[in-house]
Design a protein around this ligand. Sequence first.
Ligand SMILES: CC(C)(COP(=O)(O)OP(=O)(O)OC[C@H]1O[C@@H](n2cnc3c(N)ncnc32)[C@H](O)[C@@H]1OP(=O)(O)O)[C@@H](O)C(=O)NCCC(=O)NCCS
Length: 254
Amino acid sequence: MIYWTYSTFSQEDIDRFERDADKLLSEEERRAYRKLTIPKRREEWLASRVLAKCLVTKVFAERDLGMCEVEVHKEASGMPFIVLDGKRVGRLSLSHSGKAAVIAFSPDSNARVGVDIERLEERTTQMTDLFFTPHESRWVASFEGYQLALAQNLVWSAKESYLKAIGKGLHLDTRKVAIGNVDLVNNNSGIWHDIAFSTDGQDEMHYSMVFQARRNYVLTLCADRQRKLEFVPLELAQVEMSKESPSLCLACKA
Ligand SMILES: CC(C)(COP(=O)(O)OP(=O)(O)OC[C@H]1O[C@@H](n2cnc3c(N)ncnc32)[C@H](O)[C@@H]1OP(=O)(O)O)[C@@H](O)C(=O)NCCC(=O)NCCS
């Protein structure tokens, strides 16, 4: 099973998390956070960590974990992973864009998963020509307005999800994964729809890829084929630290 969640956040949420940083973050995480200087980077880093911690405490609800007991560490490649009681646990993927974050987590360390979220902003043709295959560039150029932004961001996001699922990130050429045409008309908001894709190494035999549009964002998820997906509803605006018991996250334990 792959558990996943999505939430938007506001400046107020970030201010609250900063005030409660000692209850939310481990010492090591606080050190990493202090090193970040760019405000947007600090916001997305903090929001995605809090959301990841909420998701993991919910998945392991029976362990009654506090937020700072769930640590988010990173490999040299940039791939994030969860540490509980000093041990690496399961498989994690996270993404942030604008004022939203998406997290996917499986308790099974053999699971493969990559998630991505993109705000629906129009991309330049220089960008699509550089990172897309000629077929993808032609396909996105056949749209205009909202659908153009959706098509561009969907293709980009799908590539990133795949690159995260295989743990490579942008170290691999984005044209090594080719995204097929997608039905943009019949895509109900909040429901996963399949994306056809192909790679040089025929990874499409082992992975599946889905997308969904939500408000001004597109979400994609790439995972090994046999995994089921379960949505865990969480909202960063509802994360509050209990005064009586500082390690408890009310929204996550509810
Ligand atoms: C992973 C990557 C494709 C996503 O980039 P993005 O769209 O800017 O940002 P997203 O929010 O969607 O995803 C970023 C998250 O992906 C995760 N990630 C980074 N590298 C990863 C990898 N190799 N495998 C899996 N996940 C990875 C991280 O958790 C990161 O968030 P964090 O830095 O807050 O921990 C890209 O950042 C990357 O490849 N980075 C590593 C290589 C690099 O820095 N290249 C320089 C640019 S060419």
